[in-house]
Design a protein around this ligand. Sequence first.
Ligand SMILES: Cc1cc2nc3c(=O)[nH]c(=O)nc-3n(C[C@H](O)[C@H](O)[C@H](O)COP(=O)(O)OP(=O)(O)OC[C@H]3O[C@@H](n4cnc5c(N)ncnc54)[C@H](O)[C@@H]3O)c2cc1C
Length: 357
Amino acid sequence: MEANPHVIVVGGGIIGASVAWHLARGGARVTVVEGAERGGLATPRSWAWINASWGHPEPYIRLRMQSMAEWRTLQPEVPGLDVNWCGGLVWDLPDAELRAFVAERAAQGYDIRLVEADEVAALEPALSNPPRIAAHSPAEGAIEPLEATMAILADAERRGARVISGQPVDRILSESGQVVGVRLADGLEIRGDQVVLATGATTATLAAQVGVRVPVDDPAGLLVSTKPVPPLLNGLVVGPGLELRQLRDGRLLGSGHYAGSDPGTDPDAVAAALLDAIRAGVKGGERLELHGYTIGHRPVPSDGLSIIGPAAPGLHVAVTHSGVTLAPVIGRIVAEEILTGRRDPIADGFGLDRFAP
Ligand SMILES: Cc1cc2nc3c(=O)[nH]c(=O)nc-3n(C[C@H](O)[C@H](O)[C@H](O)COP(=O)(O)OP(=O)(O)OC[C@H]3O[C@@H](n4cnc5c(N)ncnc54)[C@H](O)[C@@H]3O)c2cc1C
């Protein structure tokens, strides 16, 4: 690979933004092609909790922990990138399982410990039904996902990347088994040394054009937000059937589950039930009013783990759930592999080759 290859990154969500940023910083010539608006589809509809509490097995937890560390190094490098390291309080498990979970994560080197009622009350005095015990991780945080993605993309542009939006890629161009570029819906062809698909669930359809199978689904997740209220929560709270955090503008953002609530066939009813749960979950909650709800489609590889790396000559893929948590590490891994040929061993087991028959 030449020293400054031209890399086409398809997708302008948080994964594409991070891949583009790491490539631009590493000296590549980068073109980002986003079919809709900058910022992604799943990304702006995400609860956006940065954590290694969620998920299995251990290599995946390690990947998440590494990415949390890389958020901390990315933050000062990207103007306007604001990560709220507010900590997370989790008690969505029966007591014995919660204790075992804390012991397991702590043994893996995660900054987490059990807290009891008095500390819970000090951390989150607004909870109306505080748990007797909870897991507290001060290392966790959250972003405003659309703003953060815009900031990363803008800094990639300052570093020389070109961003085209409102132009879907309709064809991956391939010659003699080598991917050589993309064709946009308006017919424009862009040629490059490498193409990276950071296109969420659409990755399956695009990759199939060149005979590559990327097993990824796109289940829907619903989040409810309230109208802004004065400061109520200090961090992220994850209890049984309700996770809640307060956005910078004062809105509370809630979900029934880490992956968002299932919108089912009557999302209005699901949102109303979630609002009731939010109202019941915090002191004075009866005052809370609905701001609105969103339904996002999460890209979820079939085994739940990230797919990172080469897919065919000239083609890389970067598709994952928990992309908010994982964007920094995935962006760096893909960029390093393209620019140096070296694959960070932390990515072992996360290649597309694990699905090979
Ligand atoms: C309800 C919900 C809650 C979540 N909670 C969390 C959480 O707490 N923590 C966490 O870490 N993660 C969470 N996630 C997951 C996280 O948001 C996603 O993993 C992440 O946003 C995926 O980013 P992405 O860039 O891959 O996808 P996207 O944001 O969907 O971006 C993909 C982009 O590719 C573009 N694209 C697609 N096809 C083409 C084409 N042919 N040509 C050009 N462009 C194309 C799309 O327009 C889109 O902009 C949640 C997701 C949801 C929906």
